[in-house]
Design a protein around this ligand. Sequence first.
Ligand code: SAM
Length: 348
Amino acid sequence: MDNLPRLIDRLEQNQVLNKEDFIRLIEKHTPDTDEYLFQKADRLRQENYGNEIYIRGLIELTNYCKNDCIYCGIRRSNRNAQRYRLEPEDIMECCRTGYELGFRTFVLQGGEDGWYTDEKVCQILTAIKKDYPDCAVTLSLGERSRESYQAWFDAGADRYLLRHETATPEHYAKLHPPELSLARRMECLHNLKEIGYQTGCGFMVGSPFQTAHHLAQDLLYIHELQPQMVGIGPFIPHHDTPFAKKPAGTVEDTLFYLAIIRLMLPKVLLPATTALGTIDPNGREKGVHAGANVIMPNLSPLSVRKKYMLYDNKISTGEEAAESVTLLKKRMEAIGCQVIIGRGDYKK
Ligand code: SAM
């Protein structure tokens, strides 16, 4: 096993490794060393969050997007995507259903759609906070000005998810069109953190052209940013994008990075993502055993769920759906965990 267990011990102790050691861990890990890593990650999750699993109701506001990220099924140049956007009343209806099902965090995610002006998002936030003062709201609406982020924070938004996607500029340029830059994305993340959001970055595992160097750089960036949340899921190709023929990221690799993140940031809010649930029916349970403590079932209206297709075969009817929260609770109980009704904030 080389001396990887010692390296994993060191990662747990110092919460970071240098770049060479990260690369060694990434290139040399085996199913045996993964098992060692998962046990530590699972234990750290329990030490920090007990047997509690937090759920978030994901509301996919819009699949209109002005961006053209090469990997994404809702990219601007995908003429085959049927576009939709939810009106504020639709969003409130999703929250009402979600609240009854036991959700106390709503995640408003969408493409970068100018229809949702600062004022409109503020109105939506004010309405949610008025009707559900005991709930947290997470936004995931992409890159905006510092002023917009500040206005939304002031209107009650608690958290913001903006994956950095890759912390290497050359790799970023292979995944995105020239008008998007890593520097701008990092600036947004810096602003979000400074404003006071519980901030989430993250990346796709197995994205096209990704190397061990890129992944090591991602881990070092995460260490530097010290986010409260990290979103990590496998890349899955979408047939209407230039990456249609690229291979998907694997379950094993995704679990490996989830566990590493738990060791680096013991208190982090770490979702077992929909993408992980898409490539493996037990992806969420496996994610929890690798250190994940958050699940984000889909609360979007059934009529639009199939249209928010970021990648092929995205699960959109079964247990990922918020309606199946009872089933989800049972599945979590079966692995010794308990789905919590509550905001599920970052524990300082
Ligand atoms: N527009 C916002 C943004 O860019 O942060 C939020 C929506 S965006 C669709 C949410 C995330 O979906 C991205 O950060 C990306 O990592 C993920 N995603 C997009 N296409 C994907 C694919 N083909 N496979 C896996 N994840 C994908």
